[in-house]
Design a protein around this ligand. Structure first.
Ligand code: F6R
Length: 640
């Protein structure tokens, strides 16, 4: 729960509870839903729930199903209204919200079917207006919504109320925002397959619920949450209208809360304990805001920007500037595996052993390359024993057309060969499936496997660019992924064991992973948690005590220098090599919209991030590099 006082929350216009883990948050929310249902049952009344879809509420729904199965919570007196539905999708479409709700919730609870309401995506266009009015009438007839669950889109939408939605908007048909469609592109395997329209409850409809609960996990939501919670009420951020509701609360995790003033600039909301890390953060942000190199900050700059206490408590600008400048300088190294025979007292990585065993984990192909291809190349060039492990094959993200291309290639190759009847008939079956299916339909196991093979081939080709030979590249094909699909992954001990056994076999001196700030149900978020759990199991082993665990930035905003413990500069040639490596993941063009960005291919964004980190170091007065890849030490206290 909130560890900080209300003084710290003075900028927040919606009550916000911040949790170390989303598990704790959903338990609390599920608990209050269960209480409401129980109270209403005792009174012989129904409880009316407003429900959302998407990744965010998945854990909440699992907890409700658990309460039903394990603790006998009945939903027989529950009425539900869903916020929205894609227009044009039938209830059986695998990406329709109705289908999502059936699979995640309704099939597992005893809600009477007649009590369930999800907007119908197939209402003829001419009847939509009347249909929407009727949806509203049904909500009123049910007594109004008692608790409305909400997620937030990166566009600032609630339901599908995109920017521009009025505060008094009602249930209606809307056009989806470009960013929303990009975010859904992965589910539909291509932005072009995402419906352009939806039916959604209006902002006004939502605000009439008696209680609003907004959930958000992961740092991709941090920027928009700050606008919604601390910014002005404005229709370009429809979620900001939640500030008007007398009984609205946000339940968010630490990653999603990072841009709130109490976390971003804690010194602005009351007295702080000036730890070295906080000092670094304050000074980097002061220098960045004033666009001044760290060494040129004056006492007045501190005093005029809310940092007078820092000067009073710790000395002069002069000494603080030098201290932070040195700290930042010491993060920069061209020797990510340690510099042999060098004094390493101020280097991020120890000099010994000179040749290290390095284990790099990539959640899906492309993630690690985006974050650290240049560093991987360096580690390899410096003769370290690198093992690059793809935790999953990434077969879920492959568009059908890539599979068609590979089939055509194989057909061509086998055309003049004696018929390998088995191989040919397999290809024929795949061709047949591809002809019949829509791009977003679930793939058969055979097609998924085939797509996985293509992604692995791309991954090997991209590793070749980095100097890694196939024996250094492993594919773990973790069961949680191979048996699951987006938003429905369920990891087990089997996943953790596979990772632990690999670590125990390699006994690395360095491990690289990503995903600490990712949405917990995403492949990155799950992979992060699994690796951390596996490492915990190895905790007492000798090699583990000496092992450095590094987090790389992938699929995210560029990190600020105060967060970086190791900055690996890339020369122009290394950056070009990195891009070459990324291009080999050709099937992922437009499939992996980068978190935190509105547009552009993921590799363009990776390049921009690496360049902008270098420019940031330069503006702080350090050195002028072409690009920088960023890493931070993993702390055991980090939530899993
Ligand atoms: C869906 C809905 C949307 C989502 C939002 C976040 O019913 O109401 O507003 O809550 O798009 O989506 P996720 O949770 O997938 O990040």
């Amino acid at each position: 729960m909130d560890s900080l006082s209300s003084e710290a929350e003075q900028y927040e216009r919606i009550g916000t509870a911040v949790f170390q883990s989303s598990d704790d948050a959903v338990r609390l929310v599920a608990g209050s839903i269960a209480r409401l249902i129980g109270e209403r049952r005792a009174e012989g009344r129904t409880a009316v729930l407003g429900l959302a879809t998407g990744s965010t509420p998945v854990k909440l729904y699992r907890e409700l199903v658990r309460l039903h199965n394990d603790e006998g919570l009945s939903f027989a007196n529950v009425v539900t209204f869903n916020l929205d539905e894609y227009y044009g999708l039938s209830p059986h479409h695998p990406e329709s919200y109705r289908y999502f709700m059936q699979v995640q919730v309704f099939n597992h609870l005893d809600i009477p079917p007649e009590n369930i309401h999800v907007p119908d995506g197939l209402v003829p266009r001419s009847e939509v207006f009347g249909y929407c009015q009727e949806y509203e009438r049904k909500i009123v007839a049910a007594g109004g919504i008692d608790i409305q669950i909400l997620g937030i889109g990166r566009s600032g939408h609630i339901g599908f109320n995109e920017p521009g939605s009025a505060v008094d908007s009602r249930t209606r048909m809307v056009a989806l925002d470009r960013l929303t469609r990009r975010d859904a592109a992965r589910d539909f395997r291509g932005e072009e397959n995402v419906p352009a329209y939806a039916i959604t409850m209006g902002v006004g409809t939502i605000l009439e619920a008696k209680e609003l609960v907004l959930l958000a996990w992961g740092e991709s939501k941090a920027a928009i949450l700050r606008e919604a919670i601390e910014g002005p009420q404005i229709d370009t951020v429809p979620a900001s209208f939640l500030q008007r509701h007398p009984n609205c609360r946000c339940y968010i995790d630490e990653a999603a809360a990072r841009e709130l003033t109490r976390f971003r600039s804690r010194w602005k909301v009351g007295p702080v304990d000036w730890t070295p890390l906080l000092i670094r953060k304050a000074i980097v942000s002061l220098a960045s805001d004033l666009n001044k190199p760290v060494l040129r900050l004056r006492d007045e700059d501190y005093a005029e920007n809310g940092l007078a206490t820092l000067i009073l408590e710790t000395g002069s600008a002069y000494s603080l500037n030098i201290r932070v400048f040195n700290e930042l300088q010491h993060t920069i190294t061209g020797w990510p595996g340690g510099k042999p025979n060098a004094d390493d007292s101020n280097r991020p990585v120890p000099a010994v052993p000179a040749q290290k065993r390095v284990l790099v984990f990539g959640p899906e192909p492309l993630d690690a390359e985006l974050g650290m291809a240049g560093t991987l190349h360096r580690l390899r060039r410096h003769q370290h024993e690198v093992t690059f492990v793809y935790l999953t094959s990434g077969n879920l993200g492959m568009p059908d057309n890539e599979a068609r291309m590979a089939i055509s290639l194989l057909n061509e190759l086998s055309a003049d060969r004696p018929a390998d009847s088995q191989g040919k008939s397999r290809l024929a079956q795949l061709t047949d499936e591809l002809e019949k299916k829509a791009p977003f339909d679930e793939d058969s196991p055979a097609l998924r496997q085939f797509k996985g093979v293509i992604r692995k081939a791309e991954a090997r080709a991209s590793c070749h660019v980095l100097g890694l030979d196939p024996s250094q590249v492993l594919f773990l094909d973790l069961p949680f992924y191979e048996k699951g699909r987006y938003r429905q992954f369920k990891s087990t001990d089997e996943d953790v064991t596979a990772i632990r056994q690999l670590c125990q076999r390699i006994q690395p001196h360095q491990i690289y992973l990503t995903g600490s700030g990712a949405e917990p149900g995403s492949v990155s978020g799950i992979s992060f948690r699994l690796v951390v759990l596996a490492l915990k199991e190895c905790g007492l082993e000798t090699w583990m005590k000496a092992c450095q665990v590094w987090l790389y930035a992938s699929g995210e905003r560029p990190w600020s220098p105060h967060e970086i413990d190791m900055a690996v500069p890339l020369s122009p040639a290394e950056l070009a090599l990195k891009l070459d490596c990324l291009y080999h993941h050709r099937s992922q063009r437009s499939q992996t919209p980068f978190l935190g960005t509105q547009s552009g291919e993921s590799w363009q964004q990776a390049e921009n991030n690496n360049r902008s980190t270098a420019q940031h170091y330069d503006r702080l007065g350090l050195a002028e590099y072409e690009a920088i890849e960023s890493f931070r030490r993993h702390k055991e206290s980090e939530a899993v």
